[in-house]
Design a protein. Structure first.
Length: 165
């Protein structure tokens, strides 16, 4: 089953597709959806939503895993992230897909076993788990892959049964 991980952001939305079969997963493809600051907010949101839909169709994605806002020091960036989360959620709905939201703490725990792990630790464990030669770049893509792996890890038992949330 192909799972699309999303690291939402208004300027850079990371994405990563992971193939999950049984308790094994491997990377399929990953990247970043970039928007221009010169574009209107509406256009930026539309670009992200349309890009997510194209990725879903291209890779026959069956589920979306996305990092949620847990705590925000910067309200302005948190509002932009929330708008992207809404756009991706709507894109998932339009494609008939389920979506799972995970806090950064949940993702870190699923990847490293420690909820307070540093970003570099999460990226290195994600590289190891996905058997990649290098940490995925840019960081947003690595974070998106981590969200997809988090979903796979948290659903390993139900995955063996063929049942997903």
């Amino acid at each position: 089953m192909y799972v699309l991980g999303i690291d939402p952001g208004i300027a850079n939305t990371g994405w990563g597709v992971v193939d999950f079969v049984g308790q094994k997963f491997q990377p399929v493809c990953y990247g970043v959806i970039k928007t221009q600051t010169s574009d209107t907010l509406e256009k930026r949101i539309a670009i992200i939503a349309e890009s997510v839909k194209q990725i879903v169709v291209k890779y026959d994605v069956k589920h979306i895993a996305m990092e949620d806002i847990y705590f925000a020091k910067n309200e302005a960036s948190a509002i932009g992230v929330a708008k992207v989360i809404g756009a991706v959620t709507y894109a998932a709905y339009e494609q008939g897909l389920g979506i799972s939201m995970f806090t950064p703490l949940q993702i870190k725990t699923a990847i490293t076993g420690y909820g307070r792990a540093e970003k570099k630790q999460v990226q290195e464990m994600c590289r190891l788990l996905l058997k990649l030669n290098a940490i995925p770049r840019p960081d947003h893509a690595a974070d998106a892959l981590a969200a997809a792996v988090c979903f796979c890890n948290m659903n390993a038992t139900t995955g063996r049964l063929g049942v997903f949330k």
